[in-house]
Design a protein around this ligand. Structure first.
Ligand code: G3I
Length: 491
């Protein structure tokens, strides 16, 4: 059943990509932009996305709150009402009243519902907190089954497992009573949710997973990659994205979103709030999501500042009176592809996230483009390999690294060489790329990648026999300044 649903999701992603390409092409001939949406939900929908908010059942009697909710949002996540302590306060006795109040409010107005959350170390009812071992494992799986079954057909995406990884540099699982039931507890929860609701998208959700260089991000990435390779039914990854002075937005956020998406999952921004609500940062987050075809929605964690779990940080889009803040205008403009308004920069300047293609499409071959996120002493490069007019079955990219740059880690590719001329080939699961489709791989390196842009140029001939002799681009095509897709071979 999940296989069938997954195919449908893939078709949707392709359709979105196609629509985006068409819109970009049409823009060349249009003299005036299309009419912009006037609410967050409508504008996101124009881009094939949703724009949602966390909702507290207790606030649905506040007309100021519901006026904004009903006007602006087309997706809803119950803030606390679907958590384990709310839905199963006593073992085997389920309580859905507050959650249903939110679900009914949303669905009767055409809003979709994200379910949050089925398995979590926190907000467990006291009966569960005291359990361990096989009894806890069974109780957890029963909870997942019962709740997902109850809301089957009403919840489009579930945060099946929430916050299962530790903070810091360990890259380890978070210690919890659930973790102590065995390392396979996460995939067991996903399989139970899949059996209960085969049509819901099943997400892993976490915080502090926004920075691509962080160990926690890499650990979650490796788990998702492992799940995909073993057929564990996971469809999406939620990035909570609670940004603040201790955990700020970073310019490699787009790399994080696109890298996860390249694993074959949707990505969703699930609990967005930003300390002080800087308009520039909110705009960047929206632009990052829109730049990733499989980023299919954004949820802010509350409507007004007074509704926020961090209300003193005034991190939301509406002030406590319900008036739109500058961040609201920036988000709406970004959703509408606008460029204004902005507030003075509050974030460090970032590298352009995507460089122009270095190779024009080959005839039946492929092209490679490189985007770079640089910080002092290191960088992450994301390489997008796009098939030409024919599908390819295996690819090779050669990249000339500037002097002093050394590769330290790689994902989604095999590597030959760590400095100077480096050669990259597909791994087992991303060699087949359909005509016009893309896959991404990436690497992290010490040193400096970007100083100035090299001229775009044509790579050498289209397809060569896989495993045949290496062919290099003309020497004058290599950039001494930054990684450059210097040649490619697909076949
Ligand atoms: O409803 C009771 C109220 O009756 C009581 O008087 C009061 C006394 O403290 O507590 C109220 O419950 C609080 C509840 O929020 C509703 O306001 C809980 O104490 C409080 O712990 C709970 O906090 C929630 C928190 O999760 C719990 O972990 C926040 O609202 C909610 O925004 C927050 O959401 C989490 C996501 O689920 C996961 N990601 C992080 C995010 C922020 O912590």
């Amino acid at each position: 059943m999940r296989h069938t649903k997954w195919k449908a999701a893939s078709r949707a992603a392709i359709a979105l990509t196609g629509a985006g390409a068409l819109a970009a092409g049409m823009a060349l001939f249009m003299t005036a932009p299309a009419a912009a949406g006037t609410t967050l939900g409508a504008s996101a929908a124009e881009k094939g996305r949703y724009f949602g908010t966390a909702v507290a059942a207790g606030r649905l009697s506040d007309s100021n709150y519901t006026t904004i909710l009903n006007r602006e949002f087309n997706s809803v996540t119950p803030e606390n009402e679907m958590k384990i302590d709310a839905t199963e306060p006593q073992q085997g006795r389920f309580s859905y009243g507050a959650a249903e109040q939110i679900v009914n409010h949303a669905r009767s107005r055409g809003m979709s519902v994200r379910g949050h959350t089925l398995a979590w170390h926190s907000q467990q009812p006291s009966w569960m907190q005291g359990m361990s071992g096989s009894a806890l494992r069974s109780a957890m799986l029963n909870h997942v089954t019962q709740v997902a079954t109850h809301f089957r057909g009403q919840v489009v995406a579930w945060d099946v497992v929430n916050e299962a990884f530790a903070d810091g540099s360990s890259g380890a699982r978070r210690d919890s009573n659930l973790q102590r039931t065995g390392n396979d507890w996460i995939e067991a929860a996903f399989r139970a949710a899949d059996a209960a609701d085969p049509n819901a998208k099943l997400c892993y959700n976490d915080y502090n997973t926004d920075n691509w260089t962080h160990a926690k991000t890499q650990a979650v990435y490796n788990m998702v990659r492992d799940f995909k390779s073993r057929g564990v039914p996971i469809d999406c990854v939620g990035f909570q994205s609670h940004f603040n002075n201790d955990s700020p937005y970073v310019s490699n956020y787009r790399t994080t979103l696109s890298s996860f998406a390249a694993l074959g999952v949707d990505v969703q921004i699930t609990e967005l709030d930003i300390q002080g609500a800087p308009a520039n940062t909110y705009r960047s987050v929206v632009e990052d999501c829109l730049a990733v075809a499989r980023c299919n929605g954004i949820t802010v964690w509350g409507i007004r500042d007074s509704d926020s779990w961090r209300s003193s940080q005034t991190p939301l889009l509406f002030n406590s009176s319900g008036q739109k803040k500058a961040a609201y205008d920036a988000v709406l403009a970004a959703l509408n592809n606008g460029t204004t308004p902005t507030d003075p920069p509050t974030d460090p300047p970032t590298d352009p996230p995507t460089d122009p293609p270095t190779n024009p499409p080959g005839q039946g071959g492929c092209t490679a483009t490189v985007s770079v996120n640089q910080w002092t002493g290191g960088f992450v490069a994301t390489v997008r390999v796009t098939a030409g007019s024919s599908a390819i079955n295996g690819w090779t990219v050669t990249i000339g690294l500037p002097s002093g740059a050394t590769v330290t880690s790689v994902w989604n590719a095999n590597r030959s060489g760590s400095s100077g001329t480096t050669t990259w080939t597909n791994v087992a699961y991303n060699g087949q790329v359909g005509a016009g489709q893309s896959t991404e791989y990436g690497f992290q390196a010490n040193g400096t990648a970007a100083a100035s842009a090299p001229p775009a140029r044509r790579a050498d001939g289209p397809s060569a026999v896989r495993g045949g002799p290496e062919r290099r681009a003309p020497a004058n095509g290599a950039s001494p300044e930054r990684p450059d897709a210097a040649s490619r071979r697909c076949g």
